[in-house]
Each structure stands twice: as structure tokens, then as C-alpha cells.
Design a protein around this ligand. Structure first.
Ligand code: FAD
Length: 384
């Protein structure tokens, strides 16, 4: 087995790094933990599109780069190091576009793929509901047929980016009498359609990244049904593996990790054996997580769906992210609890920021308990 990157891949990494250094010099964005998730910047996303870096793994016929998932992981790793603002195009490029390529009609592909790859539209994902999260097949938002239209009623929750998105990709009940799992369909809804209301939700940092979305008699033409009617649950399952697979699951707080190591090295803290031991342990976990993620990318490049592999790496990496927040606040003592924005706070307040963000990492994109069930059943073949 050869773990080395090719010369082309190293060159690509350097090109991305150079571009990001230039953008940081221009002040396009600041290096701040969790920024990639909080910030939606159409301008920055369009710069990536102009460089030809959007849709790296998409086929050429859809304007993509036809490159490997390893290449995409290299690209994302560099962006994550400085937390470049990606939210504007993140869902569209990562899973809506590939979902449309797999399941969408030619008409839908023509309408949406060029706009996604050129960063002209932004998407959000409307799966979870107040009583349907882990058991997402329990959604009750309904899409009733009326001639050529669906009339959608219901509510989504925790919808990241709904306040900036142009479209929401929803999972809705299209056969109220049908059996569970075989009664759901995926429908794309324009957020400007009458009857769509977005209300903000603030997390415990006071950050507005997710929302509630309400649908009151929202009329959507049937051409916006994605794939097969009543097969939406199974289509969605194929998409979530890609959602779980990325290096963002490990590196949402990379600036904190890098700065914490420097801070300890340059201060008296370095002489504390317990702190040295703790940082060494974190380094082991980070490096192991990185290998797991590159293994997922390699698995996808072999043409396999990374079901068990993605569940395994997300469970492991999000645990690292939580450990990092805990350890950083402990090492920094009382100052580790001071939020960003206060003068003299070590590491820009990133320790407190990351600590407060960290409970969500093992929930979003599938909780660790659910992922361990995937590992146990589909990976290890253990039966219920
Ligand atoms: C930051 C953030 C962003 C998010 N963004 C989005 C988004 O953009 N779009 C979207 O649709 N959703 C989004 N979500 C929602 C997320 O997908 C759900 O929160 C998640 O699937 C869990 O669902 P729940 O919150 O309803 O918890 P529940 O499913 O009610 O689970 C509660 C607890 O019970 C455990 N549990 C549940 N069932 C089982 C079981 N069978 N076995 C063992 N344990 C179980 C869970 O692990 C959890 O600990 C986001 C969540 C967060 C935190």
C-alpha cells in the first residue's frame, strides 16, 4: 500500500494553499474556528468556481473536474485549515449536485447543475423535523397531489443555511397510506415560493446557523420531484454517506488545534508532563482520524459506497473534535472560557467557541449512537 500523494496532488495542494494565502492577505476572510459553517459568501464560492475547483469529482459533462475523491479531500483539507467560508455552495456541491446526477430528471439536471457548479445558487437540506431526526422516515411534512402540482404542508427543523438558501431539498410524505420507508419523496422547493417561512434558531453561542422552515400550502410543480416517487428514503440513504465522509468532520476547529500546540510550545506550559502527554494523545487521534478520512475517500474512488467506513470515520473524528474543545479549555484554565472578541483572550477565544460548538458534532449528520449501529450491523454483520 502506498500512502504517498502523487506529484500532481502535491502541486494541487500547493496551488490551493497559495490561493488561500493570497485571499487571507487581501482580508477576504479571517481564520476562525467553525467559520466555514457559519459564513455564506457567494463571492468566495464564485472565486473557487472561477479557479475550476467547484465540483472537482463531478463528471466533465456536468462541468466538473472528473477528479478523485482523494483530490477533493486534499482541497478540503487546505480550506479547513483556515476555515474558508464555504456554506454558500457547501450542500449544493457536496450532495445536492451528486444526488441530482444520480436520481434527477434531465430537466432538473439542466436547471440546477450549471448554477450549482458556478456558485449561482445556494441550497439547504430539509430532512429533520421536530419528531423525526434519527428516525428520519418518521417525517410528516406532506406533499399532496393536485393536478400537475404538489401542495406541501409541514415543518422542518435544524435546517442549516435556510436563511441564505435559494432552494431547500425536502423529504416529504407522498403516500400517506403507504408503508414506512416506501411513502416518501424528495422534492426541491424554491424558498421564495409563497407559504415558505424561515424562522431563526440560535445555538448556545448565539450563532444563527440553523432554522425552522414552515410550509403552508406551498404549491410546487411536479417536475421538482427528484427521482422516483415514494423512493425518497432510499435515495436519501445513498446521499448521507457522502455527507458523513468529509474531512470537515475532523477539522472544524483546526485553527485551535494548530494554535494550541504553538501556544504550549512557546510558554511555560510545555514543561508540564501531563500537558505534553495530553497533546501527544490528541495528535495521535488527529493523525488516525486523518487516515480514516483518506481511507473513506479511497473507498469512494474504488467505486464503493462508503457506508460503514464513513460511519466509522465520522464517529471517531467528531469525538476528536469534542476532546479538543475539552482539552483546550482545561489547558488554558479560566482564560479558556473567555469568548472571542475580548482583548488578551488566548487563541482568540477559539477554545471556548469550540467547546460550545462541540456537542453538535456528534449529532449533526447522524448521531454517534446511530452511526455505531451502522458499524455494528452493516460493518460487523451483528444482528438486532
Ligand atoms: C449543528 C446542526 C446542524 C444540523 N443541520 C441540519 C440540516 O441542515 N438539515 C437537517 O435536516 N437536519 C439538520 N440537523 C439535525 C440532525 O440531523 C438531527 O439533530 C439528528 O439526526 C438527530 O436527530 P434529533 O435531534 O431529532 O435527535 P433524536 O433522533 O431524537 O435522538 C435523541 C437521542 O437519542 C438517541 N437515539 C435515537 N434513536 C436511537 C436508536 N435507535 N438507538 C440508539 N440511540 C438512539 C440519539 O443518538 C440521541 O442521542 C442538524 C443538527 C445540528 C446539531
Amino acid at each position: 500500500m502506498d500512502f504517498a500523494f502523487s506529484k500532481e496532488q502535491e502541486q494541487f495542494r500547493n496551488d490551493v494553499r497559495k490561493f488561500l494565502e493570497e485571499e487571507l492577505e487581501k482580508g477576504t476572510f479571517e481564520v476562525k474556528c467553525n467559520y466555514f459553517l457559519e459564513e455564506s459568501s457567494p463571492e468566495f464560492s464564485r472565486k473557487l468556481a472561477q479557479k475550476g475547483w467547484m465540483g472537482l469529482t463531478w463528471p466533465k459533462e456536468y462541468g466538473g473536474g472528473n477528479r478523485s475523491y482523494i483530490d477533493r479531500t486534499i482541497f478540503m483539507e487546505e480550506l479547513m485549515k483556515c476555515q474558508a467560508p464555504l456554506m454558500y455552495h457547501f450542500f449544493g456541491e457536496r450532495q445536492i449536485g451528486p444526488g441530482l446526477m444520480h436520481f434527477g430528471s434531465e430537466e432538473l439536471k439542466e436547471e440546477f447543475l450549471p448554477k450549482i457548479i458556478n456558485a449561482q445558487i445556494s441550497f439547504c437540506l430539509g430532512l429533520s423535523e421536530p419528531d423525526a431526526g434519527s428516525d428520519v422516515a418518521a417525517v410528516i411534512t406532506s406533499a399532496r397531489e393536485e393536478g400537475d402540482y404538489y401542495i406541501i404542508n409541514g415543518q422542518k427543523i435544524w435546517t442549516t443555511n435556510a436563511h441564505n438558501a435559494d432552494y431547500i431539498w425536502t423529504l416529504t410524505v407522498t403516500d400517506p397510506d403507504g408503508p414506512k420507508y416506501k411513502n416518501l419523496s424528495e422534492i426541491i422547493v424554491d424558498m421564495k415560493t409563497p407559504g415558505v417561512t424561515v424562522l431563526p434558531l440560535y445555538n448556545m453561542l448565539g450563532v444563527h446557523s440553523f432554522n425552522q422552515v414552515f410550509f403552508d400550502d406551498v404549491k410546487i410543480h411536479k417536475r421538482y420531484l427528484v427521482g422516483e416517487k415514494n423512493r425518497g428514503f432510499y435515495q436519501m440513504l445513498a446521499q448521507v454517506d457522502y455527507e458523513r465522509a468529509g474531512i470537515e468532520r475532523l477539522m472544524q476547529n483546526y485553527p485551535l488545534f494548530a494554535n494550541l500546540k504553538e501556544h504550549v510550545k512557546e510558554s511555560h506550559l510545555s514543561s508540564d508532563a501531563l500537558i505534553r502527554d495530553t497533546l501527544a494523545q490528541l495528535e495521535i487521534e488527529f493523525q488516525a482520524g486523518r487516515l480514516l478520512i483518506y481511507h473513506v475517500a479511497w473507498t469512494i474512488d474504488q467505486g464503493k459506497i462508503p457506508n460503514y467506513e464513513a460511519a466509522l470515520s465520522k464517529t471517531y473524528c467528531t469525538r476528536f473534535e469534542q476532546n479538543l474543545g475539552n482539552i483546550a479549555t482545561e489547558i488554558l484554565g479560566p482564560f479558556g472560557h473567555v469568548m472571542p472578541g475580548f482583548e488578551g483572550t488566548p487563541l482568540n477565544g477559539d477554545a471556548a467557541d469550540s467547546y460550545l460548538w462541540s456537542p453538535s458534532y456528534t449529532i449533526q449528520g447522524g448521531t454517534s449512537e446511530i452511526l455505531k449501529t451502522v458499524i455494528a450491523t452493516r460493518g460487523l454483520g451483528l444482528k438486532f
